[in-house]
Ligand binder design. Structure first.
Ligand SMILES: Cc1cc2nc3c(=O)[nH]c(=O)nc-3n(C[C@H](O)[C@H](O)[C@H](O)COP(=O)(O)O)c2cc1C
Length: 160
């Protein structure tokens, strides 16, 4: 099954997960939504991956999904998030994806990374504030590449 993996990443976490998915899914092609044009007609399945900043996925990925809604609805769909607060996944889905697109999709969080040394000044400020908050205190934020094989098997053993 030809699969497009379309991702948006700011500091590289989502890109790492997208790359690992690509390594595990035969006949898959990787697209950075900020750089690459995608011809969806060539694919049977689509995986959409973005990190979360202040509750939102990447703007360009969001625009891509609304512009291509009709065509995306004809594909097998997977959605993943890289984020620090994985317990909010339902909010992230409803705030960022049209309900029709989320419906029937395999949806998973893949953890995240918070490397302050890589961040812009504004992101450092927000991160320091969040780390002092009740929700952010002592939080162990790390990627979960071990979830990738589960995502892949759910995606490709799914029956219509
Ligand atoms: C400024 C800032 C805001 C963030 N906001 C959220 C958020 O609202 N919810 C969440 O779960 N994670 C949040 N995160 C965590 C990121 O989603 C996480 O660091 C992710 O791994 C970044 O992936 P990327 O490098 O692919 O962009 C935030 C991180 C930063 C730096």
């Amino acid at each position: 099954m030809k699969t497009a993996i379309i991702y948006a990443s700011t500091y590289g976490s989502t890109k790492k997960i997208a790359q690992s998915l690509h390594d595990q899914i035969p006949d898959s092609v990787l697209f950075d939504v900020k750089k690459d044009a995608v011809d969806l007609s060539l694919f049977d399945a689509v995986i959409l991956g973005s990190s979360i900043y202040v509750g939102q996925i990447d703007k360009q990925l969001k625009t891509f999904t609304t512009k291509n809604k009709s065509e995306l609805l004809t594909k097998k769909r997977g959605i993943f998030f890289c984020c620090a607060f994985e317990e909010n996944v339902h909010d992230y889905v409803s705030a960022n994806y049209l309900p029709e697109l989320a419906d029937g999709a395999i949806i998973m969080t893949m953890g995240g990374e918070m490397d302050i040394s890589k961040m812009s000044f504004a992101h450092k400020m927000i991160t320091r504030m969040v780390q002092k908050s009740e929700q952010g205190k002592n939080r162990d934020v790390r990627l979960h590449p071990e979830k990738i094989s589960d995502f892949v098997s759910q995606m490709f053993s799914q029956t219509e």
